[in-house]
Design a protein around this ligand. Structure first.
Ligand code: GLN
Ligand code: ZN
Length: 747
């Protein structure tokens, strides 16, 4: 039996985010097309070289993208929606980036989360007949060959591509056969070039599937199986649905994820594996940063091989390494004992190579690393979690009682106006933070600067006549990182960037030990802001589930336990804020939805602890203290009950991108508590008019009662400019006032 090492995809940005810089420079017309293309080429070559030097036999090509791989696939297939092909069907950079980012009067493709990751893909729209526009897989394979790399082109498989696309006049069914013709053409050209293996990514096979869908998959691969090149059908992010039928598809190799869940292993044991096929064993984790326990992985691989008895195996990561930072070696500021337990993309390659070698030799060299993470445990934190009782998760008074007491304290008008938290993070804010970090200004100077910003922000909000104010979040670089830096159990990296979408990267903190809060985290800023005004200022916290979902999390205890640890730290903060006289506290949970497991059967368990973690943060406040939460970028319809169960007194939701859907979901679900559906799309520099916002509010009032409706933007105003924010909020306040006049008298 043959054993090879293989990889599925590699980070695109470069170790120092070279691609980000080139892209943003190009968009600002400071970098030429040629320079951008050179950077892209340089990065791809580097990635190939790194993989080759690490000892990877099958190196992915075409996994790289200037923006997003779904967009690339759509362009290759000629699926350029009408609004982008006004001067013909073209695959030039202008068209490409307009699809990604929009242009004046041309909205971009919709963007949404790639499965349960924090990577966002662009949603292809089906509105035309596909045709081969450009074969980037072929072009890149040729380039790789010139460098002595044996390329394995990567394509998004037709099933996943269609599943994630949006019907825009043409249905998936209608398009299928034409689409397959184009795929065949792409594959034929690759075969002619002498390509031996193609990786077809079909992660959609791990979602819940219907009989009709698996039939479609069978049909697709029957058609693609006769083209004279080998296909590895690659799945990841969990166990495949219809295991027996997936592994029987007429392809030469099947790649399965053995890291994420036990499902594939269980099915393998139950149903076996076809002996004429190669099995891709996803053995090292592409979604988390802990070094692999090599001994355990070695034994698992042996067990898999002995059970499957495949024709050969690829030893590989569980999914593309796109979701990891590039290399631990740049994190020189971290203590060595921590660096030693981490593995990013480059370190994963070494693990794959090591395991491949060990499996070939059928022995593990004695110096092979075995995982022994020494985490500093905090017994008192563990004890606190263990001692949690029912009442720790439940506010004493029901909402009906709370709302009256809160109103007695707050005395808010009908349709209270507020914002989501952040105000423009202008250049001066970023510059001062950088200066402070570099030690060029003292802590006192930095704090003074932040205070001035807060004072300005409070002044602006008072001037605008908003009802519930915020401090503006000027002291925060990022809503998760800020808290991670203030709690124990987290480390933050310097270069641990992961692509979120396009040129945007995030740097997730790493939770490696028990979480606690050594000192108050936000009380100083919030109480200062509150001291400047008689209006209520909201305390502003990031919720436990969001902190968890936007971090790399330890795996030695269940996620729920980590969530409770964070929640307890936040509960202390909430109670400190309350003690300091803060009457409204907002606990943001924008990432609740994205932690939702891919398969329906796993969802109730997640929602159960996620809701409990949130409730834990606020259950102990007085009835008078009003708890807000905020959520964005998600389909709420399927978790609306869980949102209700979080039991916040007021929720604000992003709504401008899918207004109709969200509003109408309240037709079916009777939501009683306070709610603000964003009336101002903060993703756009546009200033929305009073009438526009009134129209949204009136629609909301068709399904919600006037007493519960709040008026607020979609999300934080961090990325906007003051010049846009002030007139927009002015219009928003005017809209609320008009509505009060219109409706107030009737209630
Ligand atoms: N309070 C945060 C802000 O306004 C919320 C951000 C978010 O929802 N992502 O920036
Ligand atoms: Zn938001």
């Amino acid at each position: 039996m043959d054993i090879w090492s293989s990889n599925l995809g590699y980070p695109r940005m470069g170790a120092k985010r070279e691609l980000k810089k080139a892209l943003e420079g190009y968009w600002q017309r400071k970098v030429s097309q040629e320079e951008l293309e050179n950077t892209a080429l340089m990065l791809q070559r580097q990635n190939w070289q790194t993989q080759k030097e690490a000892g990877i036999d099958f190196i992915p090509v075409g996994d790289f993208s200037l923006y997003d791989h779904m967009l690339d696939m759509a362009v290759m297939l000629g699926l350029i929606p009408a609004r982008f092909r006004k001067d013909g069907l073209k695959a030039d950079l202008d068209t490409y980036f307009t699809m990604a980012r929009g242009a004046k009067d041309i909205p971009p493709l919709e963007m949404t989360k790639w499965f349960d990751t924090n990577y966002h893909y662009l949603v292809p729209e089906l509105d035309t007949k596909p045709s081969l526009l450009v074969n980037w897989a072929l072009e890149k394979s040729k380039l790789a060959k010139e460098l002595g790399i044996n390329p394995k082109p990567v394509l998004v498989g037709p099933y996943t591509f269609l599943k994630l696309s949006k019907e825009a006049g043409v249905s998936r069914k209608e398009i299928l056969s034409d689409l397959l013709s184009v795929y065949k053409e792409i594959l034929n050209q690759l075969a002619k070039e002498g390509i031996e293996w193609v990786q077809m990514d079909e992660p959609a096979l791990v979602l819940d599937m219907e009989e009709e869908e698996i039939k479609q998959v069978e049909d697709i691969y029957k058609q693609l199986s006769t083209l004279g090149l080998n296909i590895v059908l690659q799945t990841y992010f969990g166990g495949v649905s219809f295991y027996e039928r997936v592994v029987s598809l007429p392809v030469q190799a099947i790649g399965l994820d053995f890291v994420r869940t036990e499902e594939n292993l269980e099915n393998l044991k139950k149903f076996g594996f076809p002996q004429d096929k190669i099995l891709g064993i996803g053995l090292v984790n592409g979604r988390n940063v802990w070094r692999t326990d090599i001994k355990k992985a070695f034994n698992l691989a042996k067990e898999i091989i002995e059970t499957a008895k495949p024709k050969g195996v690829f030893i590989q990561p569980s999914c593309s390494l796109l979701h990891l930072p590039v290399t631990v070696s740049l994190e020189t500021q971290l203590p060595e004992e921590i660096r030693n337990i981490l593995a990013f993309a480059q370190e994963r390659l070494a693990e794959v190579a090591l395991l491949t070698k060990a499996l070939k030799e059928d022995q593990l060299s004695p110096d092979a690393f075995t995982h022994e993470v020494e985490v500093h445990a905090l017994p008192e934190v563990k004890e606190r979690v263990k001692k949690l009782k029912e009442e720790d998760f439940r506010r004493v008074d029901p909402y009906e009682v709370r709302v009256q007491r809160q109103q007695a304290v707050l005395n808010l008008p009908l349709f209270p106006t507020t914002t989501i938290g952040s105000f423009p993070q202008t250049k001066d804010v970023r510059q001062m933070r950088a200066k402070f970090r570099r030690g060029e200004i003292s802590e006192a100077e930095y704090e003074q600067f932040i205070r001035e910003k807060m004072a300005f922000c409070i002044g602006v909000q008072e001037g605008l006549g908003l009802d519930v104010l915020v401090h503006g979040e000027f002291e925060r670089s990022d809503m998760v990182e800020y808290f991670a830096q203030k709690m124990t159990g987290f480390i933050v990296t310097k270069h641990g960037w992961v692509q979120s979408y396009g040129s945007r990267c995030v740097r997730p903190p790493i939770i490696y030990a028990d979480v606690s809060r050594p000192a108050p985290m936000t009380v100083k800023e919030i109480t200062y802001a509150q001291s400047l005004t008689k209006k209520p200022v909201k305390g502003m916290l990031t919720g436990p589930v969001t902190i968890l979902n936007w971090s790399f999390v330890r795996e030695d205890i269940p996620r729920s336990e980590v969530a409770y640890q964070i929640a307890l730290a936040l509960r202390d903060e909430v109670l400190d804020l309350e003690k300091a006289g803060i009457k409204i506290i907002q606990i943001d949970e924008p990432a609740v939805r994205e932690g939702l497991p891919l398969k329906k059967k796993d969802r109730p368990a997640y929602l159960d602890w996620a809701v409990k973690a949130f409730r834990l943060t606020h259950a102990k406040v007085k009835a008078e203290t009003q708890i807000h939460t905020h959520m964005c970028y998600a389909e709420f319809q399927d978790i609306i009950e869980a949102i209700d169960a979080m039991d916040a007194d007021v929720i604000s939701i992003e709504c401008s991108r899918s207004q109709g859907d969200i509003i109408s979901s309240f037709e079916e679900y009777h939501y009683k508590k306070g709610i603000g559906l964003g009336v101002y799309d903060i993703h756009s520099p546009r200033v929305p008019s009073v009438e526009e916002m009134l129209a949204i509010l009136r629609r909301c009032l068709k399904v919600l009662s006037p007493k519960q409706l709040w008026v607020n933007p979609d999300c934080g105003l961090k990325t906007r400019q003051w010049e846009e924010v002030i007139p927009s909020l002015q219009n928003m306040v005017t809209a609320a006032k008009k509505l009060r006049e219109e409706i107030g008298s009737r209630t």
